[in-house]
Design a protein around this ligand. Structure first.
Ligand SMILES: *[C@@H]1O[C@H](CO)[C@@H](O)[C@H](O)[C@H]1NC(C)=O
Ligand SMILES: *[C@@H]1O[C@H](CO)[C@@H](O)[C@H](O)[C@H]1NC(C)=O
Ligand SMILES: *[C@@H]1O[C@H](CO)[C@@H](O)[C@H](O)[C@H]1NC(C)=O
Ligand SMILES: *[C@@H]1O[C@H](CO)[C@@H](O)[C@H](O)[C@H]1NC(C)=O
Ligand SMILES: *[C@@H]1O[C@H](CO)[C@@H](O)[C@H](O)[C@H]1NC(C)=O
Ligand SMILES: *[C@@H]1O[C@H](CO)[C@@H](O)[C@H](O)[C@H]1NC(C)=O
Ligand SMILES: *[C@@H]1O[C@H](CO)[C@@H](O)[C@H](O)[C@H]1NC(C)=O
Length: 831
């Protein structure tokens, strides 16, 4: 303890105190917002003390309260509703609600009160709803204080120990006009004193009284109610454990009461009791009869000769949750249906409709046979002679086991007024059937079925409202919508539609529900042929957030022709993965991303720019020329590979010159170099190129065979293509030799600008390498020759093989007889 910090010690203390004294103020066990406190089911043994005093509603139900003290609610002066149901309260101090004068609702249902605590309610002038039923008092006698509760609308009294109802029990509320009065007694009401109910003034009367041992009380009760008018009279468990076997007509007073809705809920009903009931209902003006969850059995000593029920004019006859289907043919006929307008036979386990049943339902306008596990063939029997059901306009057969829509169409085809057909929750629509329908049908509900695309061949083309939701439908038959020009509302929600067709034509469709399907894309044009479409719901689909989808929603929202009723909360992207669970609303792709024309324009212009750039580069660096030439070299190298003999050069020099410089070369250069001693062996194209051989080969081969290459630079040289070639090859050869073998003789002054761009190597040479300039003055020419010869170097011994080869080649070339083309080429170089 010593080591604990202070606040923890405090907490410990609190917990200790809580353990000792329950209901202390350490914590409030209720949820509260200041005006409403929910203390339901907190195992409270006392009313919490720390609740806000401004409370208007307090729910203390399902606790373990066993008593109420005078100050428990004294601070809640604004309280309107107090729920104390499902506790074990046996004692309430006098004056406990004295401060709660504004109370409207007070529930003490299911507690352990042993006396009617009438005095408590005296101050509650505004009380409207008071439930003190299901308590352990044996006398339901209301105290005189009740006469002051002028605003009371609903009063529930009684409990499992109430065994007798006395004349004055309800007298204090005689002058109060109630909406609802409920009385519960023990399972067998021992004594009903005549006149007890005659004071009642209520619209709804619920009697949870079992008369198993005292059936003669019922005529007394009904007699006390004679002349009164009820919206609803309900008997719960009228005969709880035994079937009524007597001949006495216990319902004889029914005809004197004005009852809108008569309900029998639970309890034992045999043929006898049902007949008595119906015979009296026949005579009364009961509009609706409800037989709910009753336990029906045939009487053993059935008197078949008894009067038939043929004149039961009812607005609604509801037979629901009855396990024994014999009730339908309770007196071996169906005549009791003959004057019923709305017939509900719900969850009655019947699985067969005899032929004569249909013929009795001539007045039925609305027939509901839901939840009966019926097969279609149980409904429609080929052996029956079907008469018309002339008045039937609504047929509901939801939640059965029907599989054939065709059979339903046969059955209903003789019902001229049928306009609504509800076949929810069956197994219809999976078959390939062709059906014919009664022409009035305008509403067809096939929700929760197992529809396949074939169903469209069977659907009526007259319907305006068609519900095919939640039915595993994967595809639509567009032809159907074309044919059904009446269709206004189409519900296709919660299916498996994967695709929205662009040619969906339906001229009058106004409402379309497509939510909860499996399609990812809607195109802009998808609903263009639905000109009347006004309302669309298409959320909860696995949307592919693409430009098409974006365009669709943008256009639809902007246009405002169609209202997207569930936009934007139900629309999420499913694809692409990085957009998963993003709301479609927030998916806004850029214009560039989506505008196809823009994309095309941009790519076209980019391509154009690239092409132009390429062309410029090519032009600038003469790339085609290089390509061509390189190609030639490769070809030529390939061709000349066989003749290559490496190492020694046959010529001392190869002279490359332009045609217009030929005179000078012959007269000066050649003359000087070949006439010195020993003479240089010089190669010039005019003389030394092998005729009959391709010019490029000649150039390459002779350059390769020459030790040096002399270029005679002049304007003409620069402009000559062949000279360019020669220069290029020399350049190629020079790769790795650093142009040591190249001698530049500048015959005419050439400026850098004159040189084509591709001669950038030559430009570099001219810049870096010393070149020989042919001087025009005679006296300086001598020096030129000395310089040239020194660069050419010493003359080496002659090589004979090349000459013999030349001779051989020449003879071959001339001997071949067709040298003209090749020869003409040989005469061309440097021109
Ligand atoms: C009181 O509480 C019970 C149980 O929680 C509930 O069923 C009932 O409707 C409540 N009554 C009123 C008047 O709120
Ligand atoms: C209710 O209270 C009584 C005493 O008033 C007690 O005997 C009984 O056990 C309690 N019932 C429950 C369920 O707590
Ligand atoms: C409450 O007061 C009335 C008189 O006003 C009295 O008859 C009754 O016995 C009292 N009940 C309790 C539980 O004290
Ligand atoms: C009182 O009870 C009625 C019926 O149970 C209910 O409709 C109404 O809302 C309640 N009033 C308050 C203030 O809780
Ligand atoms: C109150 O309800 C409980 C459970 O629903 C039940 O066991 C108990 O008997 C009821 N009390 C009365 C008086 O009906
Ligand atoms: C009901 O009203 C009548 C006349 O208005 C009156 O004589 C009678 O005493 C009242 N009954 C009760 C129980 O308040
Ligand atoms: C059947 O009814 C007839 C006349 O209503 C009566 O005479 C006869 O006794 C009845 N039979 C039985 C077995 O109840």
């Amino acid at each position: 303890m010593e080591t604990l910090p202070r606040h923890e010690r405090l907490l410990m203390f609190c917990i200790l105190v809580l353990g000792l004294v329950e209901g202390t103020q350490c914590q409030t066990p209720c949820e509260t917002n200041g005006f409403y406190a929910n203390c339901k089911g907190r195992s409270l043994a006392a009313v919490p003390k720390d609740l806000p005093t401004a409370l208007e509603e307090l729910d203390l139900s399902y606790n373990r309260l066993f008593q109420i003290k005078i100050d428990d609610f004294s601070s809640f002066t604004n309280l309107r509703a107090l729920n104390l149901s499902y506790n074990n309260i046996s004692f309430i101090e006098n004056g406990s609600f004295a401060s709660n004068t504004l109370l409207i609702n007070l529930t003490l249902f299911n507690n352990s009160l042993t006396e009617m605590p009438s005095a408590l309610f005296e101050p509650l002038q505004f009380l409207q709803v008071l439930d003190i039923s299901n308590n352990f008092y044996s006398c339901p006698t209301l105290g005189a204080e009740f006469s002051k509760l002028e605003n009371l609308q609903s009063l529930s009294v009684g409990g499992p120990l109430v065994s007798k109802v006395l004349k004055g029990d309800f007298a204090p509320i005689k002058n109060i006009s109630l909406q609802k009065f409920s009385l519960k007694t023990m399972s067998s009401l021992g004594f009903y004193e005549k006149g007890a109910f005659s004071v009642l003034n209520t619209q709804t009367l619920w009697l949870d009284i079992a008369l198993d041992t005292n059936p003669q009380a019922l005529p007394l009760i009904l007699k006390d109610l004679a002349g009164k008018s009820f919206n609803s009279l309900r008997f719960r468990n009228l005969f709880e454990f035994t079937y009524y076997m007597d001949a006495m007509d216990v319902f004889s007073g029914l005809a004197d009461i004005f009852i809108g809705e008569l309900t029998f809920y639970r309890g034992k009903f045999n043929e006898n009791l049902l007949r008595l009931t119906l015979k009296n209902v026949e005579k009364s003006n009961v509009q609706d009869l409800l037989l709910l969850s009753i336990d029906y059995a045939r009487s053993l000593s059935t008197n078949r000769t008894s009067v038939r029920i043929k004149d039961l004019g009812l607005q609604n006859l509801v037979i629901k949750d009855v396990t024994n289907p014999d009730i339908l043919r309770f007196d071996w006929t169906f005549t009791w249906f003959s004057r019923v307008s709305h017939l509900y036979i719900i969850n009655v386990n019947f699985n067969f409709v005899p032929c004569d049943a249909w013929s009795q339902m001539v007045s039925v306008e609305r027939l509901d046979i839901s939840s009966n596990r019926l097969l279609a063939s149980n409904l429609y029997n080929l052996l029956c002679q079907y008469s018309e059901l002339p008045n039937l306009h609504t047929f509901i057969a939801a939640n059965n086991n029907m599989r054939s829509l065709y059979t339903i169409s046969l059955l209903t085809s003789t019902w001229p007024k049928l306009d609504t057909l509800d076949l929810t929750s069956n197994y219809l629509g999976a078959r390939d059937e062709i059906c014919t329908w009664t022409p009035k049908i305008t509403k067809l509900i096939l929700k929760d079925n197992t529809l396949k695309v074939e169903v469209f061949k069977c659907l009526p083309v007259t319907v305006e409202h068609l519900d095919l939701s939640n039915s595993l439908l994967e595809r639509l038959d567009m032809d159907y919508f074309n044919r059904n020009t009446n269709l206004k509302e189409l519900i296709l929600s919660q299916n498996k539609l994967k695709f929205i067709s662009r040619d969906w034509k339906c001229p009058n469709l106004q409402v379309l529900a497509l939510e909860g399907n499996s399609f990812g894309v809607i195109d802009t044009g998808s609903f263009k042929d639905l000109p009347e479409l006004r309302r669309l719901t298409a959320g909860d689909n696995p949307y592919h957030c693409t430009c098409d989808l974006y365009a669709f929603f943008t256009e639809t929202l902007n246009e405002r022709r169609i209202i997207l009723a569930d936009w934007p909360q139900a629309y999420y992207c499913y694809h692409p993965p990085q957009l998963l669970d993003t709301k479609v609303e927030f998916y806004t792709p850029g214009q560039v991303e989506c505008d196809v024309r823009l994309v095309v324009a941009i790519s076209v212009s980019i391509t154009a720019v690239v092409v132009i750039l390429c062309m410029l580069v090519c032009w600038r660096f003469d790339i085609p020329w290089y390509l061509r030439t390189t190609c030639s070299i490769v070809q030529s190298k390939y061709r000349s590979r066989s003749f290559r003999d490496g190492g020694e050069h046959n010529y001392h020099a190869f002279i490359s010159y332009s045609h217009s410089d030929a005179d000078w070369v012959r007269a000066e250069l050649l003359y000087r170099l070949e006439n010195c001693s020993p003479p240089y062996r010089i190669c010039i194209h005019e003389r030394d190129f092998l005729p009959g051989k391709w010019i490029i080969d000649n150039i390459i081969e002779n350059i390769e065979n020459s030790r040096k290459i002399i270029f005679v630079l002049s304007h003409n040289f620069v402009n000559s293509e062949w000279c360019n070639y020669e220069l290029y090859f020399a350049h190629q050869r020079a790769i790795g030799h650093a142009f040591e073998d190249v001698i530049l003789v500048v015959k005419e002054k050439v400026t850098m600008e004159d040189l084509p761009k591709r001669f950038h190597k030559l430009r570099k040479m001219l810049r870096t390498k010393t070149y020989l300039e042919w001087p025009s003055e005679q006296n300086r020419q001598h020096f030129f020759w000395i310089q040239l010869k020194s660069i050419l170097g010493k003359v080496s011994p002659p090589v004979t093989s090349q000459e013999s080869l030349s001779v051989v080649s020449e003879t071959v070339a001339f001997g071949s007889g067709t040298p003209s083309v090749e020869l003409s080429k040989v005469t061309l170089p440097c021109s």
